[in-house]
Ligand binder design. Structure first.
Ligand code: HEM
Length: 480
């Protein structure tokens, strides 16, 4: 990581989970959903959490990469709009936040695909009642006991008067790793944490083997030009509150792993047949792993289809090249990586898309840790156990980035007429009657998968603001 010029100061002020990936070094995480119990005690507790004394639970800045820092734990805080109100942030400041943050995630459910079983009324851990969700404190630890000890200190702040734990059940997760590659994994068995946006002044292209473009820091931090020419996101006022902050879509995403595996298997057995739960035009040379790769855009070991179209190439893949690809020149029609595949939908890279200049402007920083046990197909009791991803999607504008991706690209396929009307096959709000995912093949019939259901359900969520460390001091000083 390059830390030069203005970034040096910037990183010490920015919350660490925005620009540092903790997941690789810190295996355990907990998200505490808190209500402000006593505003004065809560502000005092927050003031202590930014005093730089690591003997108490302190907010971790982005100044030092976690590996170098050697900290056993990291702590970060997201504030909801009701939380800022409860802490006494003045009306003029509250009014300067963007409408989607003010309304909150629950109110925006329909556009996010959070309907039916995924509707906010069914959300867990107190997240169904947004008025009582004030702070989300995220604690990462080397191991579970580190997380537990910091959690107890947060709950005991100001002798337990400051905050009230809203979550009825814990939102804790543990990193999964692929033993062969050492890469982090998600519950569907794919490597994750591979592709993240990189920023001018923060990342050094010399550190990477590929040519991923550097984006302006304003894609994620408030107070700087965004990636859209002449556009900067509105900075909440006063400047000390808004600058160097970011917005976060926290999501508890349940995953139906047995259902997903059955869907992949159905593609291979129904070769050539037409059926509600099968596929049209599937071929005998299609196997479960190829179907899995087409759905995601990467093989489960992380190798991108764009560079490794066959299983043999994926098995022998050079892991330094995991991001060394684009779609524009060598795969415009999705013959290698389908246009509707998860990674291509969510980051079209240089491909031609309907929204033209939006290729890089909707970039999201993804921080996610799996929760629940790995599915064991030999154990019938493992089938129904809750499992999924505790995801954080961090950006400068929830409406222009997170919601635009979730609505336009994941669930509508507006980016390319060839996929419009279809949803992301892995994480979209699919229904058996309408779902469709197709992958054209060079010199062979297009494989069309139909009749599948939803595999990722929203179990909870909240929009939070991740203020800079000076901004937390400012919030803590209200009412003083
Ligand atoms: C349980 C739900 C999800 C699972 C299991 C999942 C899984 C994955 C996997 C395996 C990758 C490839 C690894 C990588 O490139 O780093 C990936 C990439 C990505 N995902 Fe997801 N994802 C989920 C939800 C979402 C959601 C809700 C969004 C957007 C709101 C999203 C956005 C992205 C983006 C932007 C990439 C990187 C694409 C690239 O830069 O090439 N994911 N995801």
């Amino acid at each position: 990581m390059v830390v030069a010029g203005p970034s040096l100061g910037l990183l010490s002020e920015v919350q660490g989970n925005i620009l540092q990936a903790y997941g690789t070094h810190y295996r355990a995480v907990n998200h505490l959903i808190l209500a402000v119990a006593d505003p004065t005690a809560a502000r005092r507790a927050l003031a202590r959490m930014v005093d730089g004394d690591r003997s108490t639970p302190d907010v971790t800045s982005g100044e030092r990469p976690p590996r170098e820092a050697g900290f056993r734990w990291c702590l970060n805080i997201g504030f909801t709009y009701p939380g800022l109100m409860a802490l006494g942030v003045p009306r003029t400041s509250l009014d300067s936040f963007p409408p989607e943050f003010v309304e909150g995630m629950n109110a925006r459910a329909a556009r996010l695909g959070d309907v039916g079983e995924s509707a906010p009324v069914n959300w867990v851990s107190g997240l169904a009642r947004p008025e009582q969700v004030h702070l989300i404190v995220t604690v990462h630890g080397w191991c579970r006991s580190d997380v537990e000890s910091i959690t107890q200190q947060v709950l005991g702040a100001e002798r337990g008067r400051a905050f009230r734990l809203v979550s009825s059940e814990p939102l804790d997760g543990d990193a999964l790793f692929d033993e062969r590659t050492g890469l982090r994994q998600v519950h569907f068995g794919y490597a994750d944490g591979i592709s993240q946006p990189r920023f001018v002044g923060i990342h050094d292209p010399e550190d990477y083997e590929d040519d991923l473009p550097l984006l302006p820091i304003g894609v994620v931090l408030l107070g700087y030009p965004s990636a859209t020419p002449h556009v900067s996101w509105q900075v909440p006022s006063p400047d000390v509150l808004g600058r160097n902050g970011a917005f976060n879509a926290f999501r508890v995403l349940g995953q139906d792993v047995p259902g997903f595996e059955a869907f992949l298997a159905a593609t291979t057995v129904s070769a050539g047949s037409v059926g509600a739960a099968g596929s049209v035009g599937a071929a005998p040379d299609v196997d479960v792993e190829l179907a899995a790769a087409k759905v995601c855009g990467r093989w489960r070991n992380g190798a991108p289809l764009s560079l490794a179209p066959t299983r043999a190439e994926a098995d022998a893949f050079d892991l330094t090249r995991l991001n060394d690809f684009d779609y524009i020149d060598d795969d415009p029609d999705g013959l290698k990586c389908p246009i509707g595949a998860h990674i291509r939908r969510n980051n079209p890279r240089g491909a031609h898309i309907v929204q033209r200049s939006a290729n890089r402007t909707r970039a999201l920083i993804r921080r996610g840790v799996p929760y629940g046990p790995v599915w064991d197909p030999s154990d019938p009791n493992s089938f129904a156990l809750p499992r999924g991803l505790l995801g954080n999607f961090i950006c400068g504008s929830l409406a222009a980035q997170f919601e635009a991706v979730q609505y336009d690209w994941i669930n509508m396929g507006f980016q390319d007429p060839r996929i419009t009307g279809t949803n992301d096959p892995m994480v979209g709000a699919n229904y058996p009657g309408t779902s469709c995912f197709s992958w054209p093949r060079d010199g062979a019939q297009t494989v069309v998968m139909r009749g599948f259901t939803r595999f990722v359900f929203t179990r909870g969520g909240a929009y939070t603001f991740l203020p800079s460390i000076p901004a937390i001091r400012w919030i803590a000083a209200r009412g003083a």
